[in-house]
Structure formats: structure tokens, C-alpha cells
Ligand binder design. Structure first.
Ligand code: SF4
Ligand SMILES: [Zn+2]
Length: 401
């Protein structure tokens, strides 16, 4: 039961006696609310949003993703981070992160977007899918705000990314769709510093918020988790069609550079039939230049009874994709120089050699064309590769001014 008190013209206090917390809505700056736990401030934590509407029965529906959570006062959505507070949907993780790390961009994975460059990766908490095989469950399934230790303003994140020499910031670890207001504000600050924004997402977002969110993104790696509604329904709690719609929208109506990742789970989404159907759909609907990554599953979360994906399955999936006309197909989460490297789709020259994220060959000219046959390699490519290598550098934002 939420109780609301207006304490002054500027401030309104909502308390929840059972949870021992209260929220101060500060009207002077109505974008910033404070949540107080036992009088200890952990601001900023609650942020107003705009994709929602009121229902006749008094609930409020969140319109960010196809789940369309219908929430009573004080209830959280399935993603856990959006909630109905004071008859409106708010984001409860704005300005807080579960941690930062500089990675090679290949790790997102993106193989055709500024290869070899460092990206500042971070995430928050929660997720709008409920994948039983989640490989990142400590953050995405978190019901604890305690993991959101790093307080991080959009301006500071962009500044630190610049100071660390990163070419991009990646919204990853958990799906940025659910913290889109925070991600957008960071992306705006990044643009001022000429830093690109990368969304690592399941693409489970509704049309209108999707249009707003992706206009601030420069690249996206979209998880296409399988190519059957049955898989999406039983193992993710979502649906396939909205993800296909997002992919088509990104490819045909935006300038966002798109790559696709599919985590192959033995016996669940790795049949020849399904991989043929998926890769043919990609070529027919998105064209041959959208790179596809087939990555290895490791037993995790609620799927501990299924073995890790054999490397041969990844190689088979890559072969099927190439045979069906996908120009660039990769294996991931395993050591496989052939499967990690980029080849010319026309003459098959190894254009970008990779060995566990370390780049070796670079056979592209200044225009991003194959030095041997002149065919253009798709992507956002520069005349030289980055030199970040395979390093992983954890970053404590609080250690920066
Ligand atoms: S973003 Fe969260 S609250 Fe909104 S509809 Fe999706 S799962 Fe529900
Ligand atoms: Zn060539």
C-alpha cells in the first residue's frame, strides 16, 4: 500500500510502510526523484517515462515492450526495473550501473563495426525476457538493487569513455530496452564526444519506443534466439515475431549497423531445418550483408541439464548460413580462428584475421574494399584496425573525477 504526502509545493513523499522505503518526488527538477531507504539516499533512482497509458480498471500499462505489463500502484513490471508509482510508469535504475569494463568490440559480438577498437561496456539490472538459459543471469535476473553499485551520470560515462580511448559505449550485460531513457541520455552525451553507441539487445521492444531508442544507436547486436515461436514461448517467455519486426525495422528504416547473434542450445534450436529456415529468412528479409554469429551455450541458470554446444555444431551452423547466401557468418564463445575471421564474400580472401579477439590480417583498402578483388566489405570500417587486442579492463567509475 503506497501512501502519498505532499510536504511542500516542491516535494511529495510516497511511502511504503511494508518495504520501509520512501520516495521523494522533487518538483523543482521533476526529472530527478530520490528514493530513501532508512534515511540513506541512493539517488538518482526513479525516473519518469512516457510510453504508458492508463487503463479503465485503474491499472497503468507499460508500452515499452510487447509484454505490455498492466500494473497496479506500487507493482513492478516483469523486467523488475519499471514500476507503477503514483499512477505513472517510472524507471527505477536511471543513473545506476552494475559495473563498467573496457572490452574489444568483437566481444559484443560485432565484427564489422570499428574492428579492433575498445568499447566501454556496462549494464544495469533486470530483463524483459525470462530465458531459462540466460548466460548473464546474475545481472539480468537480479532482484537486488545492491548490484547497482556504480552511480553514473550520462555526462560522466561519455567523458570516461573518451578518457579511456573508447570509440563506443555498449549498453549490454542486460537489455537496454528496459532502461531506454538512461541509455538514450548517455548516447546523447556520447554523440557530443564523438563516441558511438552500441545496443546489445534481444530486440523485444514495441514499435514507437523502438523508433525513439534506435535513433540514438549507431550499432546493434540483436539476439535472434531461435527461429520458432515454440522456442520463444517456452524458453524465453516472449514471442518471435516482434524480434523479426525489430530486425526488419533496423535494416530498412534506420542507419544502425546490425549484426545478429544466436546462442545454439543442443537439441533446442540447432537442427539443420531450423538453421536453414533462419538463415534463409535473414537473406530474404535483411539481405546477405547482415553478419550472423553462432555462439556456444554453456549450462546456466535453469538449464543446467543440457551440455555445452559442441564446436562442430557452430561450424555446421556457419556453413549452413554461408551456403544460404549469408556473406559473413561467425562462430563464437570457442577458439576458432577460421570461424572468427572475416572473409571476402567474393574471392574468399581472409580480410580480417582474428584469434581470440586479437586481430592479425587486415586486407582492406581505405574504402573498406578487398585488396585482392575490390569487393566492398559491409560494415563501419576505417582505413586501419584498432589495436585494443583481447584485453578486458574493469573500470571503477568512482575513481574518475
Ligand atoms: S519494459 Fe518492463 S514493465 Fe514495460 S512492458 Fe516490458 S517487461 Fe513490462
Ligand atoms: Zn575479394
Amino acid at each position: 500500500m503506497m501512501l502519498t504526502f505532499v510536504t511542500s509545493l516542491r516535494t511529495q513523499v510516497i511511502t511504503n510502510a511494508a518495504s520501509n522505503f520512501f520516495i521523494i518526488l522533487n518538483r523543482e527538477d521533476n526529472n530527478r526523484y530520490d528514493i530513501m531507504h532508512n534515511t540513506q539516499s541512493v539517488t538518482p533512482t526513479v525516473f519518469p517515462t512516457k510510453y504508458w497509458h492508463k487503463l479503465e480498471d485503474g491499472r497503468v500499462q507499460c508500452d515499452v515492450c510487447p509484454r505490455e505489463c498492466k500494473l497496479r500502484e506500487g507493482q513492478q513490471g516483469l523486467c523488475f526495473v519499471r514500476a507503477n508509482i503514483n499512477d505513472q510508469i517510472v524507471l527505477t535504475t536511471y543513473g545506476r550501473s552494475s559495473g563498467f569494463c573496457v572490452d574489444p568490440i568483437e566481444k559484443k559480438p560485432l565484427s564489422h563495426f570499428l574492428p579492433g577498437t575498445p568499447v566501454l561496456s556496462f549494464g544495469t539490472a533486470g530483463c524483459n525476457l525470462a530465458c531459462k538459459f540466460c548466460q548473464n543471469w546474475d545481472m539480468s535476473k537480479s532482484r537486488e538493487m545492491d548490484i547497482l553499485a556504480d552511480h553514473a551520470s550520462p555526462e560522466k560515462i561519455a567523458r570516461v569513455a573518451k578518457e579511456l580511448g573508447c570509440r563506443s559505449v555498449a549498453y549490454t550485460y542486460n537489455d537496454p530496452v528496459i532502461f531506454m531513457e538512461y541509455a538514450i541520455d548517455i548516447a546523447k552525451e556520447c554523440r557530443k564526444q564523438d563516441i558511438k553507441s552500441v545496443a546489445v539487445t534481444a530486440g523485444y521492444i514495441s514499435s514507437e519506443p523502438g523508433k525513439e531508442f534506435f535513433q540514438y544507436m549507431d550499432a546493434a547486436n540483436v539476439d535472434l534466439k531461435a527461429f520458432s515461436e515454440d522456442f520463444y514461448h517456452k524458453l524465453t517467455g516472449g514471442h518471435l515475431q516482434p524480434v523479426l519486426d525489430t530486425l526488419k525495422y533496423l535494416k530498412h528504416e534506420t542507419d544502425v549497423w546490425v549484426e545478429i547473434t544466436t546462442l545454439l542450445i543442443p537439441g533446442k534450436n540447432d537442427s539443420d531445418e531450423e538453421l536453414n529456415a533462419m538463415t534463409r529468412w535473414v537473406v530474404e528479409n535483411l539481405g546477405p550483408d547482415v553478419p550472423m554469429h553462432f555462439t556456444a551455450f554453456h549450462p546456466s541458470w535453469k538449464m543446467l541439464d543440457i551440455p555445452s554446444t559442441p564446436p562442430a555444431t557452430l561450424t555446421r551452423a556457419r556453413r549452413i548460413a554461408l551456403d544460404n547466401g549469408v556473406h559473413y557468418a561467425y562462430t563464437g564463445n570457442v577458439h576458432d580462428e577460421d570461424g572468427e575471421s572475416t572473409y571476402c564474400h567474393q574471392c574468399h580472401t581472409r580480410l580480417i584475421g582474428r584469434d581470440w579477439y586479437v586481430l592479425s590480417d587486415w586486407k582492406l583498402d581505405d574504402q573498406g574494399c578487398c585488396k585482392k578483388c575490390g569487393a566492398r566489405c559491409a560494415g563501419v570500417l576505417e582505413s586501419k584496425p584498432g589495436k585494443w587486442g583481447a584485453r578486458r579492463l574493469p573500470v571503477q567509475l568512482s575513481s574518475f573525477a
